[in-house]
Design a binder for this molecule. Structure first.
Ligand code: 13P
Length: 338
């Protein structure tokens, strides 16, 4: 019923030189990010910071969509324009994070499950009237000696599939985000094995729930060694491991893969994306970004909560957006950082 609407949204989001800005930090997460630069997480600080990001001059040259937190969807600019409208006026598609975060999975120590399905159709219908055209749901898979369990992977995959089906019923494009965390000392082979099982399970669940793969985007982790693994990997090794894994598990019908940054440094997230896009084999999907920290960290640092630094914060965001746009086209060079 809504296929034309979703096709248009997907086309806009996967524009060939652009990626997605994740600015959907929950109340707890934005408080943590603000604290790192000594800024209090008041409603006004959150509003003005996000307005500054969204009005960075020329942002739409690099950014096709922005994922918002529920609070932001209902906030207005200093001049009274709803923030989703501020984005739409520049040709940037507004989206909304709809999951309610994770909780421990009972009986499975170390595993988590994402909540938020209850009342989701009603909430989504409301978000749509406020301008949201796509959504995001994040499932979290941690790696440890005794986890993840098969059951945790299955239950999270089912949640993602049920969420995606509900979105499509309302004409909203679902971003399906199964994140295998980089916390821990595991090596890249273990991340590859877990990511492969997770993606295989997720696409099986999407199929069983009759989700139309043409009208969704995947937001996965890259295949990386754990943060504390002594054996780190080059961008080329990461690209090879990630693409082998995805070619085995992600159907060609999926239009776009927009990676999360997941705690990688800004430069590593850019270099790794570039390596994927310069990989010898041609891929069936667009390979782009949907970064939160890797786009915002330098902007947050430059801004530091001072109105006088808004321009500097915007320039820091634009620099990362421009370099990731280059990486998304396989045209990034380290010398461009200077
Ligand atoms: P990071 O790029 O900081 O991982 O954030 C992306 C995101 O939306 C996580 O859900």
């Amino acid at each position: 019923m809504f296929s034309q609407e979703m096709e248009k949204t997907v086309l806009e989001l996967t524009a060939p030189t652009k990626g997605i800005l994740a600015a959907d930090e929950s109340a707890g997460t934005i408080e943590k990010r603000f604290k790192s630069v000594d800024v209090a997480s008041t409603e006004e600080n959150r509003r003005s910071y996000r307005e500054a990001l969204f009005t960075a001059p020329g942002l739409s040259d690099y950014i096709s969509g922005v994922i918002l937190f529920e609070e932001t969807l209902q906030q207005k600019s200093a001049t009274g324009v709803p923030l989703p409208q501020v984005l739409a006026d520049q040709g940037i598609v507004p989206g909304i994070k709809v999951d309610k975060g994770t909780q421990a999975l009972a009986n499975f120590p170390g595993d988590k499950v994402t909540h938020g399905l209850q009342g989701l159709p009603e909430r989504l219908a409301g978000y749509k009237t406020l301008g949201a055209r796509f959504a995001k749901w994040r499932a979290v898979i941690a790696i440890g000696d005794n986890f993840p369990s098969t059951r945790a992977i299955e239950v999270n995959a089912d949640g993602l599939a049920r969420y995606a089906a509900i979105c499509q019923e309302l004409g909203i494009v679902p971003i399906v985000e199964p994140e295998v965390l980089m916390d821990g000392g595991h090596d890249i082979a273990r991340c590859a094995a877990v990511t492969e099982e997770v993606l295989e399970t997720v696409f099986h669940a999407l199929h069983r729930h009759r989700v139309q793969l043409e009208y969704m985007l995947l937001k996965p982790n890259m295949v990386l060694p754990g943060k504390d693994c002594p054996q780190q990997a080059s961008a080329e090794e990461i690209a090879a491991a990630t693409l082998i894994c995805f070619r085995r598990t992600v159907p060609a019908a999926v239009p776009g893969i927009n990676f999360l940054s997941g705690g990688q440094s800004d430069q590593a997230a850019t270099a790794n994306l570039n390596a994927m896009n310069t990989y010898a084999q041609q891929q069936p999907w667009q390979l782009s970004f949907s970064y939160g920290r890797a786009l915002q960290a330098p902007a947050l640092k430059a801004w530091h909560g001072a109105a006088a630094n808004i321009g500097a914060g915007q320039q820091a965001l634009l620099k990362r957006a421009r370099l990731n746009s280059a990486a998304r086209q396989g045209k990034y060079l380290v010398s461009m950082e200077a």
